[in-house]
Design a binder for this molecule. Structure first.
Ligand code: AP5
Ligand code: MG
Ligand code: ZN
Length: 215
């Protein structure tokens, strides 16, 4: 099964992708994670995109689609994919259709996480991840079982994203509203769009997604 997780910054795409990976053995392809890896590694590409990402604006369609292309080619045909944070523009949606077809895959479902924008800033400024394994946490909504220790790998090192501040979040939301939300009707017209209430707690959102995927 190949699915897209759609929703504004802080909607819970990464959180739900992590659960789908754990529960269903799917593979998460997050363009945000790929771009951050380039940025942190200080590659040529990373240096070119740093300013754009830190400002909360979208990186070019060509760059993100070629990252997806590279990663998709490496997967085995039986591995289901969760696209997290891609596509984000009409041009990317078109590229994804082509890349899936070239890899003998089809898009089964698009899950839109519906959220209240006012809650997103709180989610984003409280977010942090394990510096070693990438597991996601939140100061209030998802604390590690033992304070200061990652549930998954036991590391005590955590980090926060450079673009997780209130000002940049507003730009990211505007980018979502202007460029990404307009692609939702494409999937609705194909009859593969599922809307899930992203304001419920994490386990309820996960259960709603699971129920929709199993229909
Ligand atoms: P990206 O990394 O994709 O960021 P984003 O879309 O802004 O989304 P986030 O990762 O912030 O939110 P999320 O939905 O994953 O939420 P999470 O699960 O972490 O992109 C970053 C940047 O890269 C972009 O701005 C752009 O510059 C560039 N980029 C990436 N892809 C691109 C593309 N395709 N084209 C062009 N540019 C691209 O949850 C947030 C927090 O809330 C967590 O702490 C979590 O624990 C908590 N939480 C989650 N669910 C719940 C819940 N139900 N209740 C309470 N708390 C919750
Ligand atoms: Mg994310
Ligand atoms: Zn960890």
């Amino acid at each position: 099964m190949n699915i897209i997780l759609l929703g504004p910054p802080g909607a819970g795409k990464g959180t739900q992708a992590e659960l789908l990976v754990a529960n269903r053995g799917m593979v998460q392809l997050s363009t945000g994670d790929m771009l951050r890896a380039e940025k942190n590694a200080g590659t040529d590409l990373g240096n070119r995109i740093k300013t754009v990402m830190d400002a909360g604006e979208l990186v070019s369609d060509e760059i993100v689609s070629s990252l997806i292309d590279e990663n998709l080619k490496r997967l085995r045909p039986d591995q289901g994919v969760i696209f997290d944070g891609y596509p984000r523009t009409a041009a990317q949606a078109g590229s994804l259709d082509e890349l899936l077809a070239a890899n003998g895959r089809k898009l089964d479902r698009v899950v839109e996480l519906e959220v209240d924008e006012d809650a997103l800033v709180e989610r984003i400024v409280g977010r942090y991840t394990c510096a070693k394994c990438g597991a996601g946490y939140h100061d209030k909504f998802k604390q590690p079982k033992v304070a200061g220790t990652c549930d998954v790998c036991g590391s005590h090192d955590f980090k926060r994203r450079a673009d997780d501040n209130e000002e940049t979040v507003r730009t990211r939301m505007a980018e979502y509203r202007g460029k990404t939300a307009p692609i939702i009707p494409i999937y609705e017209a194909r009859g593969i769009l599922i809307r899930v209430d992203g304001m419920a707690d994490i386990d309820h959102v996960s259960a709603a997604i699971a129920a929709a995927l199993d229909e």
